[in-house]
Ligand binder design. Structure first.
Ligand code: NAP
Length: 245
């Protein structure tokens, strides 16, 4: 059984990665986000290996039908089969998963997890003092974490035309090289990457997500929006920032 699973993984990786620019991406979690991003990356030519708690579930079968060339294995098998790992898990499950699924050395980890909880006023608040991104990086020091996709709704990833294809994906990481790789992946599915700075800015990105949820949680669905950054707006001729005294 184990041998069959290993052969399946090797076959999936070899058969798709003969295309140029194609990557193998482990998508961990087959909920709303995993099921949105996996098919999009597969359509762009990447090989998807879903990591799921139950690869024989009806939900996963349907997802595999929608994801050309993909396979589904256990969460830790998926991590070990790919150099790029996309975390699409609930915050409460993330620490246990990370600690049980190494080794993580050398992997590029795209973290879309929001460490949020419901506040007393019915709106979200951040459940940690720093950010999910920084905590995840601390649990896998030999990997490189890039905060990505946490500010965009699952249904917009599945169909960016709903947002007129104007969707910015801010990225935060301490590695410029990892951000460039993440940016290329984001462009491959027609979205606009934005370098939002080092990983400590995952805090800001996770707060963007609490902001993003306000219209939904106040039942103002007609006000739902997506983030799109209009760039090229610096003052003419200015080349340095002057802080207020
Ligand atoms: N929904 C959005 O629009 C959105 C937008 C931005 C960011 N995010 C963030 O993205 C992450 C995923 O959100 P989602 O909406 O896709 O969540 P979801 O629909 O609840 O899916 C999460 C998936 O994680 C796996 N999972 C659930 N409990 C688990 C456990 N105890 N241990 C291990 N795996 C478990 C399951 O996949 P399997 O059944 O395959 O194991 C589940 O389908 C969250 O951190 C969220 O904050 C969501």
């Amino acid at each position: 059984m184990v041998l069959v699973r290993i052969l399946l993984i090797v076959f999936a990786v070899l058969s798709t990665n003969t295309q140029s620019m194609a990557d193998t991406i482990a998508v961990i979690g087959t909920g709303r986000m995993g099921a949105a991003v996996g098919p999009r990356f597969a359509e762009a030519g990447h090989t998807i290996i879903y990591g799921t708690r139950d690869s024989s579930s009806e939900k996963v079968k349907v997802l595999l039908e929608r994801t050309p060339g993909a396979i589904a294995v256990s969460q830790s098998e998926a991590v070990q089969a790919a150099d790029i790992v996309l975390l699409a898990l609930p915050w409460f499950a993330t620490e246990e998963f990370v600690k049980a699924s190494g080794p993580w050395a050398g992997k590029l980890v795209l973290d879309m997890v929001n460490a949020s909880k419901m506040g007393d006023d019915g709106l979200l608040e951040i459940a940690v003092e720093t950010s999910a991104g920084e905590l995840i990086q601390s649990w896998m020091p030999d990997a490189t974490v890039v905060k990505a996709f946490n500010t965009v709704s699952y249904h917009i990833i599945a169909d960016p035309e709903i947002a007129q294809n104007l969707v910015t994906i801010p990225l935060a990481s301490d590695s410029g090289e990892a951000k460039e790789k993440a940016a290329a992946l984001i462009r491959s599915i027609g979205m606009v990457p934005f370098d939002a700075g080092p990983l400590r800015f995952a805090r800001a990105l996770e707060h963007m997500s609490t902001l993003h949820m306000v219209p939904y949680l106040q039942d103002r669905w007609e006000d739902a929006y997506e983030f799109y950054f209009v760039t090229g707006t610096a003052p003419k001729g200015a080349t340095a920032v002057r802080l207020a005294k």
